[in-house]
Write a protein of this length. Structure first.
Lengths: 68, 530
């Protein structure tokens, strides 16, 4: 059972996708059900922090492009 | 099982000796329902107090020229109206809902820290006394605006110190309440009540509580620096001593913008309980709602300087905060679409809670759209400090936060009192509130666009007509709230007996597992959630 759960743990990419959709505010129910089982709180927090940093970096990049 | 049995004996023991009665019941109570009731009554009293100040403001603005007060007193009224409504009425009302509902909705016997819960509440009347009492000290109450901006707030008399002390106390109360709510939700859920099975009201409060823990210390830091600047020779915000008054605005709004979401996320939660109930359909996109709420909470930390577009920010910062502010509208829009999709093809009925919930969706969206208008930097530079801003945030905080509180009170009154409220009076309250609300605040958009500045006791003649209309709306709206008082008192006193599941479409634990009124102690044996 423990092994099965371990093998089901989401990859970093899956965590990133979940966080991306959470920023948008929409999640397909099948994907969400998978997230609920596989994502660990640590993964969500780490992916959320990276996502927030990327969000800020993207906005700063757009501002840079607009101003130059 | 043994633990459950022992708990049951304690319960019997408790009743054998009886609780303190009379005033001491309320002073010493550690029961989440009692404390919830205290919070709600406190916030109602503060609503009437802050509302009275608002009516004085509107009385003065009924006609151009100075009629009934001095300009300094007018400034005190606007300042204290803001502080009392934000910290005394809206925030404690939602904590009252959390106290009553969170344990019942997750199958917990009480809040995690009942004694701290008592203290969280009883700090509030102390803070309220300081705020209201400051009207009577030399120089009168604080008059520099609810945002307490330096350098204005560095000047002035003892009332500013009283306000700082009150804000500290309110902050301590909020942080303790938030810790209690987080711990209760994370540790006391019934078996089977996984996070993603929690009612949306509980989810929104979990996220709100984290926001409170994150930003109330920031506010405490800001007002502490004000205090040391005032009395202990520091110059954090004093330009003459090398400080920077704009830094106060950055720190204040780093608290202040998440604070806006602290006041609206629990409202989203209440509306997300009511709309599915009266549409007799499950909430559309539950997971999306949870994700959108989290997203709004995170984004709320990245938009604070949109309150400061005119202080001389570099263009790059103006652009950054404009873009970030516009993007926060996306998850908020997701929520509005989900509520509409929940109602779509539902078997809808229009009892008072549902009427207020629908008004919330329509009118809060207007407030959201005017927020988008203000997010555009060049537009905001025109509209900064005009009545357009006043219209915007009252659409968000009155038809948003306050209407959701009304909706929640009507929705849960049968569970709290065991009686159905008077539907006719409830609907009268709804229609008068909604009509007068719009008579009061919609013309403020016109006044703002025409250039009428906020926080002034007198105005140019071209603004006279719409000010008169707004003042009529204000008195209509204010007096209509007395109907709510009558409804609640009537409902407590008696009325048609409410069933355990008073609303056909309600499916959370307090409706499916508990009688009405909810007994003093509930879920001492946790229910099992499938």
């Amino acid at each position: 059972m423990a092994q099965e759960q371990k093998s089901q743990k989401a990859s970093a990419w899956q965590a990133a996708r979940a966080v991306f959709w959470s920023f948008f505010g929409v999640r397909k129910s099948t994907d969400y059900n998978r997230d609920a089982v596989r994502l660990t709180p640590g993964q969500v927090i780490a992916a959320g922090l990276v996502g927030a940093a990327l969000f800020i970096a993207t906005l700063v990049g757009i501002v840079y492009v607009v101003m130059h | 099982m043994e633990a459950t049995h022992a708990h049951g004996q304690d319960h019997a023991h408790d009743h054998g000796h009886g609780h303190p009665t009379g005033l001491m019941r309320w002073v010493t109570t550690t029961n989440h329902k009692d404390i919830g009731t205290l919070y709600l009554w406190f916030s109602f009293i503060m609503l009437l107090s802050g509302g009275t100040l608002a009516l004085l403001i509107r009385a003065e603005l009924f006609e151009p020229g100075m009629q009934i007060m001095r300009p300094e007193f007018f400034n005190q009224l606007t300042t204290m109206h803001g502080l009392i409504m934000v910290f005394g009425a809206i925030m404690p009302a939602f904590v009252g809902f959390a106290n009553w509902q969170v344990p019942m909705m997750i199958g917990a016997p009480d809040m995690a820290f009942p004694r701290m819960n008592n203290w969280s509440f009883w700090l509030l009347p102390v803070a309220a006394s300081l705020l209201i009492g400051s009207f009577f000290v030399p120089g009168g109450a604080s008059a520099g605006g609810w945002t307490m901006y330096a350098p204005l707030f560095l000047q002035g008399g003892i009332s500013n110190d009283m306000t700082i002390f009150a804000v500290h106390i309110l902050g301590i109360s909020s942080i303790m309440g938030a810790i209690n709510i987080v711990t209760t939700i994370l540790n006391l859920r019934a078996p089977g009540m996984t996070l993603m099975k929690m009612p949306l009201f509980v989810w929104t409060w979990l996220i709100t509580a984290y926001l409170l823990i994150a930003v109330m210390p920031v506010l405490a830091g800001a007002v502490t620096m004000l205090l040391t600047d005032r009395h202990f020779g520091t110059s954090f915000f004093n330009a003459a001593g090398g400080g920077d008054p704009v830094m106060f605005q950055h720190i204040f709004w780093f608290f202040g913008h998440p604070e806006v979401y602290i006041m609206i996320l629990p409202a989203f939660g209440i509306i997300s309980q009511i709309i599915p109930t009266f549409s007799r359909k499950p909430l559309f996109g539950y997971a999306s709602m949870v994700y959108a709420t989290s997203s709004i909470a995170i984004l709320s930390f990245m938009v604070w300087a949109h309150h400061m577009f005119t202080v001389g920010l570099p263009t790059a910062a103006q652009l950054f905060f404009m873009y970030a502010t516009m993007l926060i509208a996306i998850p908020t829009g997701v929520k509005v679409f989900n509520w509409i999709a929940t109602m779509w093809k539902g078997s809808m009925t229009f009892e008072t809670p549902m009427l207020f919930a629908i008004a919330f969706v329509c009118l809060f969206t207007i407030g959201g759209f005017s927020g988008l208008v203000l997010a555009i930097t060049p537009v905001d530079i025109q509209l900064q400090d005009t009545y357009y801003v006043v219209a915007h945030f009252h659409y968000v905080l009155v038809s948003g936060a306050l209407f959701s509180i009304f909706a929640g009170v009507y929705f849960w009154l049968p569970k709290w009192t065991g009686h159905m409220y008077d539907e006719k009076l409830g609907k009268l309250h709804f229609w008068l509130s909604t009509i007068f609300f719009n008579v009061l605040f919609f013309p403020m958009h016109f006044l703002g666009l025409a250039g009428m500045p906020r926080r002034i006791p007198d105005y140019a003649l071209q603004f006279a007509d719409w000010n008169k209309v707004a003042s009529i709306g204000a008195f209509g709206f204010g007096l209509s709230q007395l109907i709510l008082l009558v409804v609640v008192l009537k409902c407590i006193k008696g009325g048609v007996k409410a069933e355990g599941r008073a609303w056909e479409g309600a499916d959370s634990l307090e409706w499916t597992h508990l009688p009405s009124p909810a007994p003093y102690h509930t879920f001492e044996t946790p229910p099992t959630v499938n």
